[in-house]
Design a binder for this molecule. Structure first.
Ligand SMILES: Cc1cc2nc3c(=O)[nH]c(=O)nc-3n(C[C@H](O)[C@H](O)[C@H](O)COP(=O)(O)OP(=O)(O)OC[C@H]3O[C@@H](n4cnc5c(N)ncnc54)[C@H](O)[C@@H]3O)c2cc1C
Length: 508
């Protein structure tokens, strides 16, 4: 009898528990279902598919080396599985648990129903340190540690299947999905994932904690593993174990001037955050759609002002650093954490847009889109969780701090190339003769800011603080903190000069 292994967000042949365990029980049909409806959801984009497609090709090659290449089918998961159940004698379905969006949750429920009808078991393993069902937050770190330090699964030998058409890997997963070239994006697949991991741990990462905040340095000093973790071409366990191995090597060495120990400790802290955030969506899936704290309901109009939303999404707000970050993201599919937080913060506070539309735009732009991190982060940077310190980024201060000479701005906002250093962060303040000197006019060649950022930020802070102040709002905040706040256990990330550490402590 056949064991079907259903690949979802876990596109690797190594350290893949369902694949290894299924192979112990009999011949395996490794399956990926290209689901057109999934790819038409408002949080999905052509750049995701382009990356995913490369990862699928790489998985197909790896599985072929194991003995049986990946089988690809296109259609609704239930219909595809029903057809396979008809064509083969299937003993069980194996997969990883998925903490996805509401659509994948509903699809999994439909698959579960189908399997029950046919009396076929579905074994779902955990690939992240996320607890399904009743959650004891006080034991969360311990379970994370146990899963991440357990032995990894080597890739298994697979018996080749006779008479099973492997199927084509389509160019497009759905006719309606717009192409999204994203010329500067990372390449998907296992070789690229391994290259990113080891080049980070051995070469690029030494100044991680010092250089993660500026977009000028972050693209090489950060690990760039997020898209590989989101597609599962690397397992979190592999990353954690490789990181600990490097930390041990540095511990054994005589002290010197190296920054590696601090860099690796800071990085390891981020790996915990990955699952800590995903747990929030797993425990409270409504954060994909609704404000976590109900006192924030009605504060912002759910139908975002189209002019503001479009200016923000196109990188035409008139704040050069914000626009440079948005345009860099459009080109590369990635931007560092601080700049993601600033983009979200500017949309939610200065432009006073409801977080949902901006979050969807960013989801489509991030090649590493991971719903479990994305929605809780989007809400946190919008002040709708009710438990985090309000952090309203000043786009001009960020510009001066992270891009003092305007190099990043000039790279991504060519309209401002000729603008002098004195005006590059605030070009709308340039006197007319200066605008003439550099051959451009504000309002014609580059927009003036949509609002006065200081006044808008002040007003946003007042409105949110007022909403958080009532007795019932405070009681709800305490309840939210009880459910979602982190309980610091296990290795603490190193103290790093980065204000976001406070933000992520959730006050715990
Ligand atoms: C509004 C907003 C949306 C975000 N959406 C996503 C998303 O869709 N997918 C995604 O992977 N990350 C998201 N992040 C978190 C973070 O910005 C990215 O994980 C990080 O920039 C990815 O680059 P890296 O792999 O080089 O990170 P590194 O700094 O090298 O970190 C290594 C890994 O740790 C995890 N990690 C790092 N920072 C965070 C964080 N702040 N919260 C949770 N996990 C973290 C990620 O898995 C990351 O790949 C978002 C942050 C914000 C503010």
């Amino acid at each position: 009898m056949l064991q079907i292994v259903w690949f979802k967000r876990d596109l690797r042949a190594v350290d893949h528990e369902p694949l290894s365990r299924a192979a112990e029980h009999g011949p395996v049909l490794p399956l990926y279902i290209v689901e057109p409806e999934l790819w038409q959801q408002p949080d999905m984009s052509g750049r995701h598919w382009a990356f995913w497609r490369e990862a699928l090709q790489s998985l197909r090659d790896d599985l072929a080396r194991c003995g049986q290449p990946l089988v690809i089918r296109q259609g609704e998961a239930v219909a595809v599985l029903r057809a396979l159940l008809r064509e083969h004698r299937v003993a069980a379905l194996w997969s990883h648990q998925e903490t996805g969006n509401a659509w994948t949750y509903q699809r999994d429920r439909a698959v579960d129903e189908l399997l029950r009808e046919h009396g076929v078991a579905w074994h779902q393993a955990r690939q992240h340190g996320i607890v399904r069902g009743t959650l004891d937050r006080n034991r969360w770190s311990r379970q994370w540690e146990a899963l991440m330090t357990a032995a990894r699964y080597p890739s298994p030998r697979l018996a080749p299947l006779q008479g099973v058409d492997p199927g084509l890997l389509p160019q497009q997963p759905a006719a309606a999905l717009a192409a999204d070239p994203c010329p500067g994006r990372q390449h998907g697949g296992r070789p690229d994932a391994e290259q990113a991991l080891y080049s980070f741990l051995e070469v690029r990462g030494e100044r991680y904690h010092l250089e993660m905040s500026s977009p000028l340095t972050a693209s090489t000093s950060c690990s760039r593993l997020s898209a590989h973790l989101a597609s599962g071409t690397l397992s979190m366990r592999e990353v954690l174990q490789a990181t600990r191995h490097r930390r041990q090597l540095w511990q054994g060495r005589p002290g010197g001037r190296t920054a590696w120990p601090k860099a690796l400790a800071a990085f390891e802290g981020r790996l915990h955050w990955h699952c800590h955030f995903m747990q929030k969506l797993e425990s409270e899936p409504r954060v994909e759609f609704e404000n976590l704290h109900t006192a924030m309901n009605g504060l912002r109009d759910e139908h975002a002002d189209p002019v503001r939303l479009s200016a923000w999404a196109q990188g035409e707000t008139g704040w050069p650093f914000v626009d440079a970050c948005m345009r860099a993201l459009a080109h590369t599919g990635w931007i560092n954490f601080r700049m993601r937080a600033m983009l979200m913060s500017v949309a939610s506070y200065q432009l006073w847009l409801h977080w949902r539309e901006p979050a969807l735009h960013l989801a489509r732009q991030f090649v590493d889109y991971e719903p479990g991190i994305h929605y809780p982060q989007a809400q946190m940077q919008s002040g709708t969780t009710g438990i985090n310190t309000l952090r309203i980024y000043n786009p001009i201060k960020q510009s001066l701090d992270q891009d003092p000479t305007g190099r990043f701005i000039r790279t991504w906002v060519p309209e401002l190339t000729a603008v002098d250093d004195a005006w590059i962060h605030t070009p709308w303040q340039m006197p007319a003769p200066e605008q003439q000197r550099c051959g451009m006019r504000i309002g014609r060649d580059y927009p003036a800011p949509l609002v006065d950022h200081e006044a808008a930020a002040r007003s946003a802070r007042q409105r949110i603080q007022l909403a958080r102040r009532s007795g019932t709002a405070r009681a709800e905040s305490r309840a939210i903190h009880q459910r979602h706040g982190s309980r610091r256990r296990g290795p603490r990330p190193a103290k790093i000069p980065h204000p976001q550490t406070d933000l992520f402590d959730d006050g715990a």
